[in-house]
Design a protein around this ligand. Structure first.
Ligand code: IMP
Ligand code: MG
Length: 184
């Protein structure tokens, strides 16, 4: 499918069609593993909203949804590792099977903080489903996700919920942002 490429995008990493296939596969895996359960899916705002809207419709077991917003400070292209909860859950998670939905696992510092924070509330289980994992040579993320949509190269990518300074979240595909856009 030919997609109109945004002028700030260098190349497409995952097309809409690729994304659809990945989400269907993840939905099947999650539905199989949570058979007979009623997981609470926790979407990490804002990046995971688009993935969340898609994956929840690919999950066939009963489930509930809640949202958390964390900020790792600043609008740069690198995670600072200093995480702050901007919006907490509305739901009590004690005894629940919690599935964190995240857009991208980079250093893993954000998810490492989040998983510890949620574990302290005594859920039955906590797992991570991340749409993307960024492959960085010689570096292992601080957490191990149970579900991974796709691995992407170490470049700054946007679209499908991922932003640069709050822009590009609405692109229907995942693309590499031209470095001149953030090096200006
Ligand atoms: P981590 O703490 O380094 O794993 O960073 C995770 C968060 O940083 C993600 O939830 C994203 O919001 C953001 N992030 C990391 N890499 C990218 C990227 O390539 N594009 C857009 N956002 C990113
Ligand atoms: Mg972000």
């Amino acid at each position: 499918m030919a997609e109109e490429l945004h002028p700030d995008i260098e190349s497409i990493v995952l097309s809409e069609e690729d994304i659809h296939g990945i989400v269907s596969r993840l939905g099947e895996e999650i539905s199989r593993d949570y058979e007979g359960k009623n997981p609470l899916c926790v979407a990490v705002l804002k990046g995971a909203v688009v993935f969340t809207a898609d994956i929840m419709r690919a999950i066939t077991v009963p489930m509930a949804i809640d949202f958390m917003a964390v900020s790792s400070y600043g609008e740069g292209v690198k995670s600072s590792g200093v995480v702050r909860i901007v919006k907490d859950l509305d739901t009590k998670i004690e005894g629940r099977d919690v599935l964190i939905l995240e857009d991208i696992l980079d250093s893993g510092l954000t998810l490492n903080y989040l998983i510890r924070n949620l574990q302290a509330r005594n859920p039955k289980s906590v797992r991570i489903a991340t749409f993307l994992v960024k492959d960085i040579e010689g570096k292992k993320p601080a957490v191990a996700p149970s579900y991974v949509g796709a691995h992407v190269p170490d470049a700054f990518i946007v679209g499908y919920g991922l932003d640069y300074a709050e822009r590009y979240r609405n692109l229907p595909y995942i693309g590499v942002l031209k470095p001149e856009v953030y090096e200006k």
